[in-house]
Design a protein around this ligand. Structure first.
Ligand SMILES: Cc1cc2nc3c(=O)[nH]c(=O)nc-3n(C[C@H](O)[C@H](O)[C@H](O)COP(=O)(O)OP(=O)(O)OC[C@H]3O[C@@H](n4cnc5c(N)ncnc54)[C@H](O)[C@@H]3O)c2cc1C
Length: 579
């Protein structure tokens, strides 16, 4: 499936919109980063995405994965493409340099992750789970664990997986039953069954390192009794070579709606040897330290899907001729005009584009907060990163799917049949709203933990900081109104939550949407101001006009909806749901 990496957009965000060199100058670890180096990295990442990964997107969907004699076989070509991804050091792009990582900012890595997700989300999943495992081991591992695992994971010689979910314990991990029995040698025997484990078993690396949540026997009940373990497929010898096969196996592969090239396994642990990662009973906390990074990445999966869908539908709309313009024939020599003459088709294209570009900009800003928190110990940036993360995860994946469905609509019946590939984008994009914390949980996290809990203080601070950016004068009043609306909605939510425990959950989805729209408004205000007068800049300015005139007004309805009490949801007796 054709995909063009957004190198120019990456450059625009880094240099014109956010002036990253200025922020990086204050960070010791980024002193060596020149704009030429970053430009070369982005260009090479884009080449890999469009030339190596994208051509395998349909192949992965058509072939899927196969389980044969306990081994999972990935789609044709995946192994070679993954080797190119790993040999280029892409899995360690923002990894710890002490163990072979490249130490790049997460904000920059995010721009490249978006390209990999867009090009082939199934293939990149094998890499992104490895990146996630590295984050946990780097943050919580002993020196020995870091030495044993990090270099091999960054290089892709081994890959990672996260094993949390059980059939009866998804969102509510406190109910998990997988148990860990302490052994005399300090290791643990892990027994239980996990489901839905992405990259849990496959044929692309010589070893697969599971980070598995389990309950140490006789440990506390609920989430407080859960610990995190490293449970590799092959137990490493002291010299790092592969030892005996560990006691876990893929019991079956899940049959899915999309991301068919990604192997999703049921994993049976049968007394498998596990090594405690971090402290006993602190497993959930250890998983959560990497969540902000992972959730940012899954948000970028939604963004990538949205952009891929936009690119396809924009090309299609230009080529497809159907009907005549309302103002008279635009292409009288042809039998009909292109789809682009129809205002409603333009509405769909501009909606897609407005969300893709707006979301990319505020996701980049969120990445900058994570970088500043990590390398400067910036307490405010840390809070901003935490506040923005659920919005990036949920808003980008929601809009990614919405955009993909619009692209499908632009193709009409050709969007529904397989031949043109857009239906695959719709099927592949859907999962990003569900895993890594379903979007309803992201909204609850935002409304309850990130806004109500601190009385809206961090949100108000964030809006103050965002207001310092130069906004295009044409859109300045609209951005100011959007900020005021979000602030009012947050104050109302905070005040009413004191009296009504259901309130944050009742309004959370609309609140998250309102915040995502407001961040898009800010991003468009800033981008329109920085855009030049070439085609790239003019397209940005036009899209900004569309966003402010046609999409931002939706926030009026969202504010109104947030003012409703939780009674309209909670008064309905349970029995009536099936009446
Ligand atoms: C293709 C795929 C890949 C996956 N990869 C992995 C993986 O690699 N590792 C792994 O461990 N897991 C993985 N998962 C599991 C995924 O993270 C879970 O499916 C997800 O966390 C939701 O859990 P659940 O399916 O049990 O849904 P449930 O927890 O039953 O939730 C169902 C719905 O109820 C809502 N809900 C639940 N509790 C609350 C609440 N307290 N407040 C408000 N709403 C609530 C949820 O938002 C959701 O919409 C994967 C799943 C799929 C389908």
């Amino acid at each position: 499936m054709d995909y063009t990496a957004r190198e120019r957009d990456a450059d625009f965000l880094m240099n014109d919109v956010f002036d990253v060199q200025k922020s990086w100058a204050e960070i010791e670890a980024y002193q060596e980063l020149s704009s030429d180096l970053i430009k070369a990295v982005v260009a090479e990442g884009g080449r890999l995405a469009s030339e190596i990964m994208a051509p395998l997107n349909e192949v992965g969907d058509a072939h899927g994965c196969e389980l044969k004699d306990g081994e999972v076989i990935t789609p044709p070509g995946f192994k070679d493409a993954f080797a190119q991804l790993t040999q280029g050091g892409w899995l360690g792009l923002s990894g710890n340099p002490a163990f072979g990582g490249q130490g790049m900012p997460k904000s920059v890595a995010g721009l490249i992750e978006e390209m990999f997700w867009a090009a082939n989300s199934s293939l990149f999943l094998y890499g992104s789970l490895t990146v996630g495992a590295c984050l946990s081991i780097d943050a919580h591992g002993s020196a020995e664990q870091k030495n044993t695992y990090l270099e091999k994971l960054y290089s892709g010689q081994w890959t990672g997986a996260m094993a949390l979910t059980e059939s009866h314990a998804g969102t509510d991990l406190g109910m998990m039953r997988t148990k860990a029995e302490p052994q005399a040698d300090g290791s643990y025997n892990i027994t239980g069954t996990k489901i839905f484990i992405t990259s849990g078993e496959h044929d692309m690396a010589e070893n697969i390192v599971h980070l598995t949540l389990a309950r140490i026997v006789d440990g506390p009940k609920g989430t407080k009794g859960i610990s995190l373990f490293i449970v590799p497929k092959f137990l490493p010898n002291e010299d790092g070579s592969l030892g005996p096969r560990n006691g876990w196996a893929s019991g079956s592969l899940e049959h899915k709606m999309g991301i068919n090239g990604s192997a999703t396994s049921v994993i049976n642990y049968d007394g498998a040897k596990g090594f405690l990662l971090g402290e006993e009973h602190q497993g959930l906390g250890a998983m959560f330290t990497m969540m902000n990074y992972e959730r940012l990445s899954v948000g970028l999966q939604g963004l990538g899907a949205g952009d891929l869908a936009y690119q396809h539908s924009a090309r299609y709309a230009q080529d497809r001729i159907q009907g005549r313009s309302a103002t008279g024939a635009q292409n009288p020599d042809a039998e009909a005009d292109s789809l682009l003459v129809h205002p409603d088709v333009r509405r769909m294209l501009l909606t897609q584009r407005a969300y893709v570009d707006g979301c990319r900009a505020f996701a980049f800003f969120a990445g900058m907060q994570l970088d500043a928190a990590k390398h400067k110990g910036d307490e405010q940036a840390d809070r901003f990163g935490q506040l923005l993360t659920p919005v990036v995860k949920a808003f980008l994946t929601d809009k990614g799917l919405e955009g993909a469905v619009m692209a499908q609509q632009i193709l009409g019946g050709h969007g529904y049949v397989k031949e043109w590939g857009v239906e695959q984008i719709v099927r592949d994009a859907r999962i990003a709203q569900i895993y890594e914390g379903a979007n309803g949980i992201q909204a609850l996290d935002l409304a309850g933990r990130k806004v109500v809990r601190d009385g809206g203080k961090t949100l108000a601070e964030l809006l103050d900081v965002l207001a310092e950016f130069e906004i295009d004068p044409e859109h300045e009043p609209q951005v100011a109104q959007a900020f005021a609306r979000l602030l009012r909605a947050s104050q109302s939510m905070v005040a009413r939550s004191n009296e009504d425990a259901n309130l944050p959950g009742a309004v959370s989805a609309d609140f998250l949407d309102l915040m995502g729209m407001t961040l898009c408004a800010w991003a468009w205000g800033v981008m329109a101001h920085q855009a030049g007068d070439d085609d790239f800049g003019l397209a940005k300015k036009q899209t900004a006009r569309f966003f402010f005139a046609r999409l931002l007004p939706r926030t009026l309805g969202l504010e109104q909806s947030i003012l409703a009490s939780s009674d309209v949801l909670m008064d309905m007796p349970e029995a009536l749901f099936n009446a």
